[in-house]
Design a protein around this ligand. Structure first.
Ligand code: MG
Ligand code: MG
Length: 248
């Protein structure tokens, strides 16, 4: 799907709302705060900007919040609630917004107070793996070059990349085809063209790649209990290179 200039303008606006949700939730992260409070902060941004949530009511059972909040060994899809952030935790926040029918989607993982050197390194490497994937989003590259770049960075650090959950094209729906895995050989799949927009979202574990879904049917944790991080941006391929839509 090739997005027009007009469509990209709307996606840029949706992306900026997502960036603002990131800034607001980041500023609220500290020991003693619950994940439900982070959700409330993000809701206030959506209301202020007149945007709708693409997370609230998504899927079965319907997701009950506007952010996913996933602490420590939780990889993605954590339901915000009465979990109290503690000094030394890491917390992943994933959220999105819809403006005039166009979607943005992005995630980050942040430290809560002082964290271990191991946790800090996981965050640095996972974010670097996202930027390695973004860097190859240029006309003429192929879709699988993105995941290959992500995997190369994550595995060089001794970490593993989650296989069951992947990135995706994004536009008039949050999750559009094709999927964008965070692994695989380079040089496969369709050629990237200006107007393609993908949400690239590495999920990286310190331990093994295995995952387990919690009894709430949403939260996904590492099978071995190891720490996991998640970073995501929505990015357009342009004639001038990748344009990250979900930056402030
Ligand atoms: Mg997301
Ligand atoms: Mg996504």
């Amino acid at each position: 799907m090739i997005r027009t200039k007009e469509e990209l303008a709307k996606m840029r606006r949706a992306g900026r709302v997502v960036a603002e949700m990131h800034e607001a939730t980041r500023a609220a992260i500290r020991p003693g705060v619950t994940t439900a409070e982070l959700d409330k902060v993000a809701r206030e941004v959506l209301e202020r900007r007149g945007a709708r949530s693409n997370f609230l009511g998504y899927g079965h059972p319907p997701f009950p919040a506007v952010i996913c909040a996933s602490p420590n060994d939780m990889i993605v899809h954590g339901i915000p609630g009465d979990y109290v952030l503690e000094e030394g935790d890491i917390i992943s926040v994933d959220c999105g917004a819809i403006i005039e029918g166009y979607h943005g989607d992005a995630a980050y993982t942040a430290p809560v107070g002082e964290v271990s050197a191991a946790a800090r390194r996981l965050l640095e490497v996972t974010e670097a793996s996202l930027w390695a994937g973004i860097e190859v989003m240029r006309e003429g590259k192929r879709l699988s070059d993105i995941g290959h770049a992500v995997q190369t960075v994550a595995e060089a650090a001794g970490y593993s990349v989650v296989r069951e959950y992947v990135g995706h094209a994004i536009g008039t729906a949050m999750h559009e085809d094709p999927q964008v895995p965070n692994y695989g050989p380079p040089g496969r799949g369709p050629k990237l063209r200006a107007g393609h927009v993908f949400a690239v979202e590495p999920m990286v574990n310190i331990g093994g790649q295995g995952t387990r879904v919690l009894e709430d049917h949403w939260g996904v944790v590492t099978a071995d209990g190891s720490l996991s991080a998640h970073f995501e941006h929505s990015i357009a391929v342009t004639p001038d290179g990748p344009e990250v839509l979900t930056l402030p």
